[in-house]
Write a protein that binds this ligand. Structure first.
Ligand code: SER
Length: 459
Protein backbone atom coordinates (compact mmCIF):
# COMPACT_ATOMS: atom_id res chain seq x y z
CA UNK A 1 0.00 0.00 0.00
CA UNK A 2 2.80 2.47 0.83
CA UNK A 3 6.52 2.77 0.09
CA UNK A 4 7.37 1.59 3.61
CA UNK A 5 5.25 0.60 6.61
CA UNK A 6 3.38 3.55 8.07
CA UNK A 7 4.70 4.31 11.58
CA UNK A 8 2.14 3.18 14.19
CA UNK A 9 1.64 6.66 15.60
CA UNK A 10 0.56 8.02 12.21
CA UNK A 11 -2.40 5.68 12.18
CA UNK A 12 -4.20 7.67 14.85
CA UNK A 13 -5.79 11.09 14.49
CA UNK A 14 -3.82 12.29 17.47
CA UNK A 15 -0.50 11.07 16.00
CA UNK A 16 -1.19 12.53 12.57
CA UNK A 17 -2.15 15.95 13.99
CA UNK A 18 1.11 16.01 15.90
CA UNK A 19 3.28 14.85 12.97
CA UNK A 20 1.81 17.51 10.68
CA UNK A 21 2.30 20.34 13.16
CA UNK A 22 5.83 19.19 14.08
CA UNK A 23 6.92 19.08 10.43
CA UNK A 24 5.79 22.61 9.68
CA UNK A 25 7.03 24.04 12.99
CA UNK A 26 10.43 22.54 12.13
CA UNK A 27 10.12 24.46 8.85
CA UNK A 28 9.62 27.83 10.49
CA UNK A 29 5.82 27.93 10.90
CA UNK A 30 4.05 29.34 13.94
CA UNK A 31 1.61 26.79 15.42
CA UNK A 32 -1.77 28.40 16.03
CA UNK A 33 -4.62 26.57 17.81
CA UNK A 34 -7.81 25.94 15.83
CA UNK A 35 -10.14 28.92 15.55
CA UNK A 36 -13.86 28.67 16.30
CA UNK A 37 -16.39 26.98 14.01
CA UNK A 38 -18.36 30.23 14.16
CA UNK A 39 -16.35 32.87 12.31
CA UNK A 40 -16.72 36.62 12.80
CA UNK A 41 -17.52 36.92 9.13
CA UNK A 42 -20.95 37.75 7.74
CA UNK A 43 -20.16 36.03 4.42
CA UNK A 44 -19.94 32.60 6.05
CA UNK A 45 -22.25 30.49 8.20
CA UNK A 46 -19.41 28.37 9.53
CA UNK A 47 -15.66 27.93 9.30
CA UNK A 48 -15.47 25.90 6.10
CA UNK A 49 -11.70 25.71 5.70
CA UNK A 50 -8.42 26.19 7.52
CA UNK A 51 -7.88 29.61 5.96
CA UNK A 52 -11.04 31.23 7.32
CA UNK A 53 -9.51 32.59 10.55
CA UNK A 54 -6.72 34.08 8.44
CA UNK A 55 -8.87 35.90 5.88
CA UNK A 56 -7.95 39.36 7.30
CA UNK A 57 -4.25 38.58 6.75
CA UNK A 58 -4.75 37.38 3.17
CA UNK A 59 -6.78 40.40 2.10
CA UNK A 60 -4.58 42.86 3.97
CA UNK A 61 -7.18 44.02 6.52
CA UNK A 62 -4.71 43.22 9.29
CA UNK A 63 -0.96 42.56 9.21
CA UNK A 64 -0.19 38.86 9.70
CA UNK A 65 1.48 38.35 13.10
CA UNK A 66 3.73 35.67 11.58
CA UNK A 67 4.92 35.14 8.00
CA UNK A 68 3.93 31.45 8.07
CA UNK A 69 1.58 29.38 10.22
CA UNK A 70 0.37 25.81 10.71
CA UNK A 71 -3.00 24.73 12.10
CA UNK A 72 -5.33 21.80 12.50
CA UNK A 73 -8.62 23.62 12.05
CA UNK A 74 -12.12 22.46 13.02
CA UNK A 75 -14.32 22.84 9.94
CA UNK A 76 -18.00 22.46 9.21
CA UNK A 77 -19.56 22.17 5.79
CA UNK A 78 -23.27 22.12 6.42
CA UNK A 79 -24.71 25.19 4.80
CA UNK A 80 -24.04 27.84 2.15
CA UNK A 81 -21.53 27.39 -0.67
CA UNK A 82 -19.73 24.47 1.00
CA UNK A 83 -22.38 22.01 2.13
CA UNK A 84 -21.87 18.25 2.47
CA UNK A 85 -24.79 17.53 4.81
CA UNK A 86 -26.86 15.48 2.40
CA UNK A 87 -23.94 13.30 1.35
CA UNK A 88 -22.88 12.26 4.84
CA UNK A 89 -23.19 8.58 5.58
CA UNK A 90 -23.97 7.67 2.00
CA UNK A 91 -20.40 8.03 0.72
CA UNK A 92 -17.04 6.84 1.95
CA UNK A 93 -15.71 10.28 2.74
CA UNK A 94 -18.17 13.13 3.23
CA UNK A 95 -18.43 14.63 6.70
CA UNK A 96 -20.07 17.77 8.03
CA UNK A 97 -17.48 18.21 10.78
CA UNK A 98 -13.91 17.46 9.84
CA UNK A 99 -10.41 18.61 10.61
CA UNK A 100 -8.30 20.35 8.04
CA UNK A 101 -4.56 20.41 8.49
CA UNK A 102 -2.96 23.41 6.82
CA UNK A 103 0.22 25.36 6.32
CA UNK A 104 -0.07 29.01 5.39
CA UNK A 105 2.21 31.65 3.96
CA UNK A 106 1.16 35.27 4.27
CA UNK A 107 3.18 36.86 1.48
CA UNK A 108 6.21 34.78 2.47
CA UNK A 109 6.89 31.64 0.38
CA UNK A 110 4.85 30.80 -2.72
CA UNK A 111 4.37 27.95 -5.21
CA UNK A 112 7.83 26.33 -5.28
CA UNK A 113 8.23 26.01 -1.52
CA UNK A 114 4.59 25.01 -0.98
CA UNK A 115 4.86 22.16 -3.50
CA UNK A 116 8.18 21.04 -2.02
CA UNK A 117 6.83 21.02 1.56
CA UNK A 118 3.75 19.06 0.52
CA UNK A 119 5.72 16.45 -1.38
CA UNK A 120 8.32 16.02 1.37
CA UNK A 121 5.67 15.53 4.05
CA UNK A 122 3.52 13.16 2.00
CA UNK A 123 6.33 10.96 0.70
CA UNK A 124 9.07 11.15 3.37
CA UNK A 125 7.04 11.58 6.53
CA UNK A 126 3.81 9.78 5.71
CA UNK A 127 5.70 7.30 3.54
CA UNK A 128 3.17 7.28 0.70
CA UNK A 129 4.49 5.67 -2.47
CA UNK A 130 5.25 8.54 -4.92
CA UNK A 131 4.32 6.29 -7.82
CA UNK A 132 0.74 6.21 -6.62
CA UNK A 133 0.42 9.96 -6.29
CA UNK A 134 -1.11 12.19 -8.99
CA UNK A 135 -1.13 15.95 -9.17
CA UNK A 136 -3.62 18.35 -10.75
CA UNK A 137 -3.10 22.04 -11.55
CA UNK A 138 -5.39 24.73 -12.89
CA UNK A 139 -5.72 24.82 -16.71
CA UNK A 140 -4.01 28.21 -16.78
CA UNK A 141 -1.16 27.31 -14.41
CA UNK A 142 1.83 26.26 -16.51
CA UNK A 143 4.09 27.55 -13.73
CA UNK A 144 2.78 25.08 -11.12
CA UNK A 145 2.93 22.27 -13.67
CA UNK A 146 6.60 23.06 -14.36
CA UNK A 147 7.39 23.17 -10.63
CA UNK A 148 5.87 19.73 -10.03
CA UNK A 149 7.62 18.28 -13.06
CA UNK A 150 11.03 19.97 -13.01
CA UNK A 151 11.61 20.84 -9.35
CA UNK A 152 9.74 18.11 -7.49
CA UNK A 153 10.22 15.39 -10.11
CA UNK A 154 6.62 14.22 -10.63
CA UNK A 155 6.42 12.44 -14.02
CA UNK A 156 4.61 14.60 -16.60
CA UNK A 157 2.05 11.84 -17.28
CA UNK A 158 0.82 12.01 -13.69
CA UNK A 159 0.18 15.77 -13.77
CA UNK A 160 -3.22 16.82 -15.12
CA UNK A 161 -4.89 20.16 -15.70
CA UNK A 162 -8.41 20.86 -14.43
CA UNK A 163 -10.61 23.92 -14.73
CA UNK A 164 -13.14 24.88 -12.02
CA UNK A 165 -12.09 21.94 -9.80
CA UNK A 166 -8.72 23.61 -9.46
CA UNK A 167 -9.92 27.06 -8.52
CA UNK A 168 -10.76 27.65 -4.87
CA UNK A 169 -13.03 30.32 -3.40
CA UNK A 170 -13.84 30.80 0.26
CA UNK A 171 -17.35 32.12 -0.45
CA UNK A 172 -19.08 34.33 -3.03
CA UNK A 173 -16.69 37.05 -1.94
CA UNK A 174 -13.25 36.89 -0.32
CA UNK A 175 -9.82 35.51 -1.14
CA UNK A 176 -9.44 33.03 -3.96
CA UNK A 177 -6.97 31.61 -6.44
CA UNK A 178 -5.99 28.69 -8.62
CA UNK A 179 -5.13 25.53 -6.76
CA UNK A 180 -3.20 22.34 -7.17
CA UNK A 181 -4.19 19.03 -5.62
CA UNK A 182 -2.43 15.80 -4.73
CA UNK A 183 -4.38 12.56 -5.20
CA UNK A 184 -3.76 9.03 -3.96
CA UNK A 185 -4.52 6.16 -6.33
CA UNK A 186 -6.27 3.41 -4.36
CA UNK A 187 -5.76 1.02 -7.24
CA UNK A 188 -7.67 -0.76 -10.00
CA UNK A 189 -10.11 -2.46 -7.61
CA UNK A 190 -11.67 0.96 -6.97
CA UNK A 191 -12.49 2.17 -10.45
CA UNK A 192 -11.25 3.21 -13.84
CA UNK A 193 -7.73 4.34 -14.56
CA UNK A 194 -7.07 7.73 -16.14
CA UNK A 195 -6.00 9.81 -13.15
CA UNK A 196 -8.20 12.21 -11.19
CA UNK A 197 -9.25 14.05 -14.37
CA UNK A 198 -10.75 11.00 -16.08
CA UNK A 199 -10.70 8.06 -13.63
CA UNK A 200 -13.07 6.96 -10.89
CA UNK A 201 -13.89 9.22 -7.93
CA UNK A 202 -13.56 6.38 -5.47
CA UNK A 203 -10.22 5.40 -6.93
CA UNK A 204 -8.40 8.76 -6.89
CA UNK A 205 -8.66 10.38 -3.48
CA UNK A 206 -7.77 14.02 -3.02
CA UNK A 207 -5.51 14.28 0.02
CA UNK A 208 -3.96 17.74 -0.30
CA UNK A 209 -5.09 21.06 -1.75
CA UNK A 210 -2.63 23.89 -2.29
CA UNK A 211 -4.35 27.17 -3.01
CA UNK A 212 -2.19 29.83 -4.59
CA UNK A 213 -4.08 32.77 -3.09
CA UNK A 214 -3.77 35.75 -5.38
CA UNK A 215 -7.09 37.59 -5.68
CA UNK A 216 -9.98 38.96 -3.69
CA UNK A 217 -13.43 38.47 -5.16
CA UNK A 218 -15.78 41.40 -4.47
CA UNK A 219 -19.53 41.70 -4.54
CA UNK A 220 -20.73 42.37 -8.08
CA UNK A 221 -18.02 40.19 -9.63
CA UNK A 222 -14.91 42.38 -9.70
CA UNK A 223 -11.58 40.96 -8.56
CA UNK A 224 -8.48 42.70 -7.20
CA UNK A 225 -5.04 41.23 -6.52
CA UNK A 226 -4.18 40.43 -2.90
CA UNK A 227 -1.46 42.61 -1.31
CA UNK A 228 0.90 39.63 -1.75
CA UNK A 229 0.62 36.16 -3.26
CA UNK A 230 0.03 33.73 -0.41
CA UNK A 231 -0.42 30.03 0.33
CA UNK A 232 -3.42 28.27 1.85
CA UNK A 233 -3.13 24.52 2.19
CA UNK A 234 -5.85 22.09 3.13
CA UNK A 235 -5.18 18.46 3.94
CA UNK A 236 -8.17 16.56 5.28
CA UNK A 237 -7.13 14.67 8.40
CA UNK A 238 -9.73 11.91 8.17
CA UNK A 239 -9.05 11.21 4.48
CA UNK A 240 -5.29 11.00 4.96
CA UNK A 241 -5.78 8.69 7.93
CA UNK A 242 -7.89 6.35 5.81
CA UNK A 243 -5.20 6.28 3.10
CA UNK A 244 -2.47 5.61 5.66
CA UNK A 245 -4.50 2.87 7.28
CA UNK A 246 -5.17 1.26 3.89
CA UNK A 247 -8.91 1.29 4.64
CA UNK A 248 -11.72 2.15 2.27
CA UNK A 249 -13.38 4.95 4.16
CA UNK A 250 -13.08 7.61 6.83
CA UNK A 251 -15.51 5.52 8.89
CA UNK A 252 -12.78 2.96 9.48
CA UNK A 253 -10.27 5.42 10.96
CA UNK A 254 -9.48 5.23 14.66
CA UNK A 255 -11.74 7.90 16.15
CA UNK A 256 -14.75 6.92 14.02
CA UNK A 257 -14.20 3.24 14.79
CA UNK A 258 -14.51 4.00 18.50
CA UNK A 259 -17.56 6.22 18.04
CA UNK A 260 -19.32 3.73 15.77
CA UNK A 261 -18.58 0.93 18.23
CA UNK A 262 -20.33 2.97 20.92
CA UNK A 263 -23.32 3.58 18.62
CA UNK A 264 -23.33 -0.18 17.98
CA UNK A 265 -23.48 -0.87 21.74
CA UNK A 266 -26.30 1.59 22.31
CA UNK A 267 -28.37 0.45 19.33
CA UNK A 268 -27.57 -3.24 19.53
CA UNK A 269 -26.74 -3.18 15.80
CA UNK A 270 -23.08 -3.48 14.89
CA UNK A 271 -21.58 -1.31 12.19
CA UNK A 272 -20.95 -3.22 8.98
CA UNK A 273 -23.92 -5.56 9.34
CA UNK A 274 -26.28 -3.88 6.85
CA UNK A 275 -26.09 -1.00 4.36
CA UNK A 276 -29.17 0.80 5.66
CA UNK A 277 -28.22 0.70 9.31
CA UNK A 278 -24.63 1.64 8.39
CA UNK A 279 -25.87 4.86 6.81
CA UNK A 280 -27.88 5.73 9.94
CA UNK A 281 -24.95 4.94 12.22
CA UNK A 282 -22.54 7.06 10.19
CA UNK A 283 -24.95 9.97 10.14
CA UNK A 284 -25.26 9.68 13.91
CA UNK A 285 -21.48 9.55 14.34
CA UNK A 286 -20.88 12.56 12.11
CA UNK A 287 -23.72 14.60 13.54
CA UNK A 288 -22.69 13.80 17.13
CA UNK A 289 -19.32 15.32 16.37
CA UNK A 290 -20.67 18.37 14.57
CA UNK A 291 -23.29 19.17 17.17
CA UNK A 292 -20.87 18.65 20.07
CA UNK A 293 -18.27 20.97 18.53
CA UNK A 294 -20.83 23.55 17.39
CA UNK A 295 -22.36 23.90 20.84
CA UNK A 296 -18.92 24.00 22.41
CA UNK A 297 -18.08 26.93 20.13
CA UNK A 298 -21.23 28.81 21.11
CA UNK A 299 -24.01 27.75 18.69
CA UNK A 300 -27.45 27.05 20.13
CA UNK A 301 -30.35 25.19 18.47
CA UNK A 302 -32.89 27.69 17.17
CA UNK A 303 -35.02 28.48 14.13
CA UNK A 304 -32.59 30.87 12.49
CA UNK A 305 -29.22 30.91 10.76
CA UNK A 306 -26.52 28.87 12.45
CA UNK A 307 -28.88 27.69 15.18
CA UNK A 308 -31.26 26.35 12.54
CA UNK A 309 -28.53 24.33 10.86
CA UNK A 310 -27.54 22.94 14.26
CA UNK A 311 -31.17 22.06 15.04
CA UNK A 312 -31.49 20.40 11.65
CA UNK A 313 -28.35 18.34 12.28
CA UNK A 314 -29.47 17.26 15.75
CA UNK A 315 -33.01 16.35 14.66
CA UNK A 316 -31.73 14.45 11.67
CA UNK A 317 -29.41 12.47 13.99
CA UNK A 318 -32.30 11.69 16.31
CA UNK A 319 -34.45 10.44 13.45
CA UNK A 320 -31.65 8.09 12.41
CA UNK A 321 -31.34 6.86 16.00
CA UNK A 322 -35.07 6.19 15.78
CA UNK A 323 -34.56 4.24 12.53
CA UNK A 324 -31.99 2.13 14.36
CA UNK A 325 -34.61 1.33 16.97
CA UNK A 326 -33.07 3.49 19.72
CA UNK A 327 -36.08 4.67 21.67
CA UNK A 328 -34.22 6.28 24.56
CA UNK A 329 -32.17 9.42 24.42
CA UNK A 330 -28.87 8.94 22.69
CA UNK A 331 -27.31 12.37 22.11
CA UNK A 332 -26.01 12.94 25.66
CA UNK A 333 -24.28 9.55 25.58
CA UNK A 334 -22.71 10.39 22.23
CA UNK A 335 -21.49 13.71 23.59
CA UNK A 336 -19.71 11.74 26.34
CA UNK A 337 -18.02 9.58 23.70
CA UNK A 338 -16.98 12.50 21.49
CA UNK A 339 -15.51 14.30 24.51
CA UNK A 340 -13.70 11.17 25.65
CA UNK A 341 -12.26 10.49 22.19
CA UNK A 342 -11.43 14.04 21.05
CA UNK A 343 -11.11 15.90 24.35
CA UNK A 344 -7.37 15.21 24.67
CA UNK A 345 -6.70 17.37 21.58
CA UNK A 346 -9.63 19.77 22.06
CA UNK A 347 -9.62 20.83 25.74
CA UNK A 348 -12.60 23.17 25.18
CA UNK A 349 -14.78 20.05 24.83
CA UNK A 350 -13.75 18.91 28.29
CA UNK A 351 -14.41 22.38 29.74
CA UNK A 352 -17.84 22.64 28.09
CA UNK A 353 -18.85 19.00 28.47
CA UNK A 354 -21.69 19.45 30.96
CA UNK A 355 -23.15 22.39 29.04
CA UNK A 356 -23.08 20.61 25.66
CA UNK A 357 -24.70 17.55 27.20
CA UNK A 358 -27.42 19.64 28.75
CA UNK A 359 -28.26 21.52 25.53
CA UNK A 360 -28.50 18.29 23.53
CA UNK A 361 -30.40 16.52 26.27
CA UNK A 362 -33.09 19.21 26.17
CA UNK A 363 -33.18 19.43 22.38
CA UNK A 364 -33.57 15.66 22.10
CA UNK A 365 -36.23 15.46 24.80
CA UNK A 366 -38.25 18.14 23.07
CA UNK A 367 -38.05 16.58 19.63
CA UNK A 368 -38.69 13.03 20.82
CA UNK A 369 -41.99 14.17 22.35
CA UNK A 370 -43.31 14.94 18.89
CA UNK A 371 -41.24 12.66 16.67
CA UNK A 372 -43.40 9.55 16.94
CA UNK A 373 -46.65 11.35 16.12
CA UNK A 374 -45.05 13.43 13.37
CA UNK A 375 -43.56 10.37 11.70
CA UNK A 376 -46.86 8.54 11.73
CA UNK A 377 -48.67 11.57 10.24
CA UNK A 378 -46.05 11.71 7.51
CA UNK A 379 -46.26 7.98 6.88
CA UNK A 380 -50.05 8.11 6.56
CA UNK A 381 -49.85 11.10 4.21
CA UNK A 382 -47.30 9.30 2.05
CA UNK A 383 -49.39 6.13 1.97
CA UNK A 384 -52.35 8.16 0.70
CA UNK A 385 -50.46 9.67 -2.25
CA UNK A 386 -51.05 8.41 -5.76
CA UNK A 387 -48.05 7.67 -7.98
CA UNK A 388 -46.21 10.85 -8.94
CA UNK A 389 -48.18 13.00 -6.47
CA UNK A 390 -46.31 15.44 -4.21
CA UNK A 391 -46.65 15.78 -0.45
CA UNK A 392 -48.83 18.84 0.14
CA UNK A 393 -47.31 22.00 1.53
CA UNK A 394 -49.90 21.95 4.32
CA UNK A 395 -48.69 18.60 5.67
CA UNK A 396 -45.03 19.66 5.43
CA UNK A 397 -45.89 22.91 7.21
CA UNK A 398 -47.85 21.15 9.96
CA UNK A 399 -44.88 18.84 10.54
CA UNK A 400 -42.62 21.88 10.76
CA UNK A 401 -44.87 24.05 12.87
CA UNK A 402 -46.44 21.55 15.25
CA UNK A 403 -44.00 18.66 15.31
CA UNK A 404 -40.67 20.47 14.93
CA UNK A 405 -39.65 18.76 11.68
CA UNK A 406 -37.23 20.97 9.77
CA UNK A 407 -38.45 21.12 6.16
CA UNK A 408 -35.24 19.43 4.99
CA UNK A 409 -35.93 16.48 7.28
CA UNK A 410 -39.38 16.04 5.77
CA UNK A 411 -37.86 16.30 2.29
CA UNK A 412 -35.24 13.71 3.16
CA UNK A 413 -37.87 11.25 4.40
CA UNK A 414 -40.12 11.77 1.39
CA UNK A 415 -37.14 11.42 -0.96
CA UNK A 416 -36.50 7.97 0.51
CA UNK A 417 -39.87 7.07 -1.02
CA UNK A 418 -39.18 9.05 -4.21
CA UNK A 419 -41.77 11.68 -3.34
CA UNK A 420 -41.26 15.44 -3.61
CA UNK A 421 -42.67 18.12 -1.33
CA UNK A 422 -44.82 20.95 -2.73
CA UNK A 423 -42.44 23.72 -1.67
CA UNK A 424 -44.62 26.55 -2.97
CA UNK A 425 -47.49 25.16 -0.93
CA UNK A 426 -45.20 25.01 2.11
CA UNK A 427 -44.19 28.67 1.65
CA UNK A 428 -47.82 29.72 1.23
CA UNK A 429 -48.82 27.89 4.41
CA UNK A 430 -45.92 29.54 6.23
CA UNK A 431 -46.84 33.01 4.91
CA UNK A 432 -50.52 32.49 5.89
CA UNK A 433 -49.50 31.54 9.37
CA UNK A 434 -47.23 34.58 9.69
CA UNK A 435 -50.08 36.78 8.52
CA UNK A 436 -52.40 35.25 11.12
CA UNK A 437 -49.76 35.78 13.80
CA UNK A 438 -49.38 39.44 12.77
CA UNK A 439 -53.14 40.05 12.92
CA UNK A 440 -53.32 38.32 16.29
CA UNK A 441 -50.54 40.60 17.54
CA UNK A 442 -52.45 43.61 16.23
CA UNK A 443 -55.62 42.43 17.99
CA UNK A 444 -53.70 42.00 21.21
CA UNK A 445 -52.12 45.42 20.75
CA UNK A 446 -55.51 46.96 19.90
CA UNK A 447 -57.13 45.46 22.97
CA UNK A 448 -54.17 46.60 25.08
CA UNK A 449 -54.69 50.17 23.79
CA UNK A 450 -58.42 49.89 24.55
CA UNK A 451 -57.59 48.68 28.07
CA UNK A 452 -55.23 51.61 28.62
CA UNK A 453 -57.82 54.03 27.29
CA UNK A 454 -60.51 52.60 29.56
CA UNK A 455 -58.14 52.80 32.51
CA UNK A 456 -57.44 56.47 31.73
CA UNK A 457 -61.12 57.27 31.27
CA UNK A 458 -62.13 55.46 34.45
CA UNK A 459 -59.40 57.06 36.54
N1 SER B 1 -9.02 26.36 1.32
C1 SER B 1 -8.67 25.16 0.62
C2 SER B 1 -9.66 24.05 0.88
O1 SER B 1 -10.49 24.18 1.72
C3 SER B 1 -7.31 24.71 1.05
O2 SER B 1 -7.21 24.82 2.43
O3 SER B 1 -9.57 23.03 0.23
Amino acid sequence: MTARPVPEDLLTANGLRRAFVDFFVANGHHHEASGSLLPHDPTLLFTVAGMVPFKPYFVGEQPAPWPRAVTVQKCLRAGGKHNDLDEVGRTLRHLTFFEMMGNFSFGDYFKSEACAFAWEFVTDHLGLDPERLWVTVHVSDAEAEAIWRDEVGVPAERIQRLDEDNYWRMADTGPCGPCSEIFWDKGPDFGDDGGPAHGGDERFIEIWNLVFMQFEQHEGGSMTPLPAPSIDTGAGLERILSVLGGVDSVWETDEFTRLLARIGEISGVSHGSDDRTDVSQRILADHARSSTFLISDGAFPSNEDRGYVLRRIVRRAIRHAWLLGVEDQIMPQLVDSVVEIMGPDYPELVRNHAFIRDVLDREELRFRETLRVGLSILDDALDDLADGERLTGDVAFKLHDTYGFPLELTEEITAERSVEVDLDGFRTAMADQQQRARSARKDVAASAVAEDLRAVLEA
